[in-house]
Ligand binder design. Structure first.
Ligand code: SAH
Ligand code: SF4
Ligand code: F3S
Length: 491
């Protein structure tokens, strides 16, 4: 469906609950954005081009980096060719993602102009550090996400004639808060509430690339949400690698579930989403908040990774299959119907056919509305790199195909059950085909719907589900009118 719509399409696809070999949600190995379409006639200003790969947190970091540079008088341009500074925000979650970085850097070498600065940001920058300079000597700035506050200073050093600068400390309690964030979407705003990760899953680079967990104060988060609401945003997505491990560093000591409610109560905010939740810290209080407050979206992304307790132990996920299933039972018993999505890895070292079957049987019980499925990819510095009993690539592919097929059928059946229901949709895209629109439900399902009215993007409408596919719903707008930016009623 991607090409069929005029706007917001990649965004819609990314938010979809569909399964796939790459994650179309937060952590896909795809360009999160390829430059931005902003030009300015002030030719004398310094110019930058920013390309982003990776998860929503990376994408949002780029919005903040752009804000910092714009505040310093830089202007953003749409092609690397036209830019004085080319910044490349990178992802290293799986090997393929990291490989892409070096091939793209190779392209930049060819196109680099005299006096042009090339900078590598993000997770590959943090992981590879100064090694990037030897692999790609045309790069002059390497900076990981924990050091973005230093970016203006690093750029000033380059302007002053320094050849190479780095920002690679992860030993920090700083979060990256900016006065100005250049947001890409006019209705949905991302907001990182906790940076870094302390969980140390044995396969994962994130604790190395993003440093330890640091939470923002609840007051600063709520202030930003109020500003967002004043600017017309109606949907806020709270971000963190383990968003529900949020720990308010201020004396207020607001719990994550309390923060969700407080954000939802900000006048003008109509939808609050949060991702990604770690099962260990997922308590009943979060479910109760969703039950009590309609503006907190009825969707939880709760990565399980494997259905086998033995494999989960090897992954250091800190929960067993049974403990995870208890969380699922709690969610399924909620007073609101909560859509549930997950992440799964196949082919972790030592995963036997029996372990894999346990993952398949977990899908039967959990009945996910979407799953992002990955083949295990060995990553530098991670404990699982040295684990015995690696699974051959073909076997990983075989398991992945079986998993995807099974999940696809579950999604088809779950979506078909929604036919006949009326759901609220935020209008986010217009198709080239007349009267065709698209958006998301509160449960984060993509809805493609027919409406003869001239819809306004960003409005909320009631849509009747008339059909279903594994990855989306088909609907017709119902006549019942819903006010845009209607305030949340808290019961
Ligand atoms: N913090 C989140 C997501 C982290 S990365 C969480 O804990 O759930 C997103 C997903 O990428 C993970 O959930 C995992 O399924 C996948 N992933 C991470 N490292 C991987 C690796 N080395 N190989 C394959 N998939 C991986
Ligand atoms: Fe990686 Fe685990 Fe942290 Fe998620 S919780 S970012 S998978 S270490
Ligand atoms: Fe990738 Fe870093 Fe995000 S490794 S998934 S960009 S945290």
């Amino acid at each position: 469906m991607g090409k069929a719509f005029d706007i917001g399409l990649e965004r819609l696809a990314r938010g979809s609950v569909g399964g796939g070999t790459t994650r179309s949600g937060e952590f896909a190995e795809r360009p999160a954005s390829e430059g931005h379409r902003y030009t300015d006639l002030n030719e004398s200003a310094q110019t930058f081009y920013l390309e982003t790969f990776g998860c929503q947190m990376n994408e949002h970091d780029s919005e903040k980096v752009a804000g910092v540079l714009l505040a310093r008088g830089y202007r953003q341009v749409e092609s690397a060719d036209a830019a004085k500074v080319v910044l490349y925000n990178t992802c290293s979650i799986r090997e393929k993602a990291a490989q892409k970085v070096f091939s793209r850097l190779g392209e930049y070498r060819v196109t680099q102009r005299e006096g042009q600065t090339i900078g590598v940001l993000g997770c590959v920058a943090q992981q590879e550090g100064e090694k990037i300079f030897s692999r790609a000597p045309w790069v002059s700035l390497v900076c990981g996400s924990a050091s973005y506050r230093k970016l203006p200073e690093l750029l000033a050093q380059l302007e002053a004639g320094n050849r190479r600068v780095t920002g690679l400390d992860t030993d920090t309690d700083e979060t990256f808060e900016t006065e100005v964030t250049r947001r890409d979407n006019p209705w949905r705003a991302y907001l990182t509430i906790i940076e870094g990760c302390d969980k140390a899953c044995s396969y994962c680079v994130v604790p190395f690339t993003r440093g330890p967990e640091r939470s923002r104060t609840s007051a600063s988060i709520l202030e930003e949400v109020r500003q967002l609401a004043d600017a017309g945003y109606t949907e806020v997505q709270l971000l963190g690698q383990t968003v529900n491990s949020y720990a308010d560093p201020s004396a207020r000591k607001m719990r994550f579930s309390e923060l969700l409610v407080a954000v939802a109560e900000v006048p003008g905010i109509r939808r609050v989403r949060f991702t990604t939740s770690h099962p260990r810290d997922f308590g009943k209080d979060i479910v109760e908040a969703i039950e009590a407050v309609p503006a907190i979206c009825e969707h939880v992304h709760l990565p399980v990774q494997s259905g086998s307790t033995k494999v989960l132990r090897g992954m250091a996920r800190t929960y067993t299959r049974e403990e995870y299933l208890e969380k699922i039972a709690m969610l399924r018993a909620a007073k609101r119907e909560i859509s549930l999505t997950t992440d799964l890895i196949v082919g972790f070292p030592g995963e036997t056919e029996k372990d894999f079957q346990e993952t398949l049987s977990l899908l039967d019980v959990a009945q996910y509305d979407g799953a992002f499925c990955f083949k295990y990819s060995p990553r530098p510095n991670t404990p699982s790199l040295k684990m015995a009993d690696a699974i051959p690539e073909e076997e990983k592919s075989r398991r992945l195909a079986i998993l995807l097929e099974k999940q696809r059928e579950i999604q088809r059946a779950r979506n078909e059950k929604l036919v006949g229901r009326e759901l609220e949709v935020m209008v986010e895209g217009k198709s080239k085909k007349e009267f065709q629109w698209s958006g998301h439900t509160s449960s984060n399902k993509v809805m493609n719907f027919t409406s003869r009215a001239q819809e306004s993007l960003g409005d909320y409408v009631q849509v009747k589900v008339v059909g279903a596919t594994p990855n989306s719903l088909v609907g017709e707008k119902s006549e019942r009118r819903v006010e845009s930016r209607q305030l949340t009623v808290v019961s």
